[in-house]
Design a protein. Structure first.
Length: 239
């Protein structure tokens, strides 16, 4: 979308190839179908956690912070879009975020079985997960996914904290939006390509400035019916 913005911040850095940051491993490689693991616990040679910027999302947060400081110094209005990658496959995150969770106490998948009468065409395992090795250990994948969500949360938190520190928060609308959910053994399935609640759930969080409060909650579900009503055809129906 190079014509949609006046400046593109992201530098592919050590990952080079266009899609590698989406499938990034800490050593600078990207996914190799059927070979690359579905998860990575980011550690250094001594087993210590890698820093957040060992992965693209951590670098993106730092770039955003630098840009916010420029905006604050110049006193200019801005629209800043950050396309964080996690928790997209592969589920890679620094060890510190894995350590936040005890695998034995993670919430179990729910529900455990497919809905009765569900169309089998929409309740199959996603082929996406099959492009990775080490994908059969579903407990490990759940742990990795939780780690990635917390890693992403920390990056958003850094940017949000910088808005406060620069005095920009009271004049900025912050929107956090995801594109889909993920079945982590829920319904006995793994992946996103299915018409089930866990796959279709997507976050939409809107934080308005303190002096701008909405009269009612608006989420994806409450927005879509209104959009659909506006798109109803005005031509006559029937023969």
């Amino acid at each position: 979308m190079r014509f949609s913005w006046n400046e593109i911040l992201y530098d592919h850095g050590k990952w080079g190839a266009k899609l590698y940051p989406l499938f990034a491993y800490a050593d600078g490689t990207g996914r190799v179908a059927g070979v690359s693991p579905a998860w990575e616990m980011g550690t250094d040679s001594r087993g210590n956690s890698l820093p957040d910027d060992a992965y693209p999302d951590g670098q993106m947060a730092l770039a955003a912070i630098e840009k916010l400081r420029e905006f604050a110094e110049e006193g200019t209005r801005f629209c800043l879009a950050l396309g964080f990658f996690k928790p997209h496959l592969p589920f890679n995150a620094p060890k510190a975020y894995w350590d936040l969770y005890n695998p034995a106490t993670l919430p179990p998948p729910s529900p455990l079985t497919k809905p009765v009468g569900a169309n089998s065409a929409t309740t199959t395992n996603s082929g996406e997960i099959a492009a990775y090795s080490q994908a059969s250990d579903r407990a490990k994948l759940r742990h990795a996914y939780f780690a990635c969500v917390s890693y992403l949360d920390a990056q958003i938190g850094k940017v949000r904290a910088e808005l406060d520190a620069l005095g920009l928060a009271d004049n900025t609308i912050v929107v956090v939006w995801g594109d889909h959910g993920w079945c982590l053994d829920d319904y006995g399935l793994m992946g996103k390509h299915k018409l089930l609640e866990r796959s279709l759930e997507a976050p939409l969080i809107i934080r308005p400035p303190a002096n701008l409060r909405p009269a009612a909650f608006a989420g994806i579900r409450s927005c879509l019916p209104r959009s659909r009503r506006r798109c109803r055809p005005t031509y006559a129906r029937g023969g």
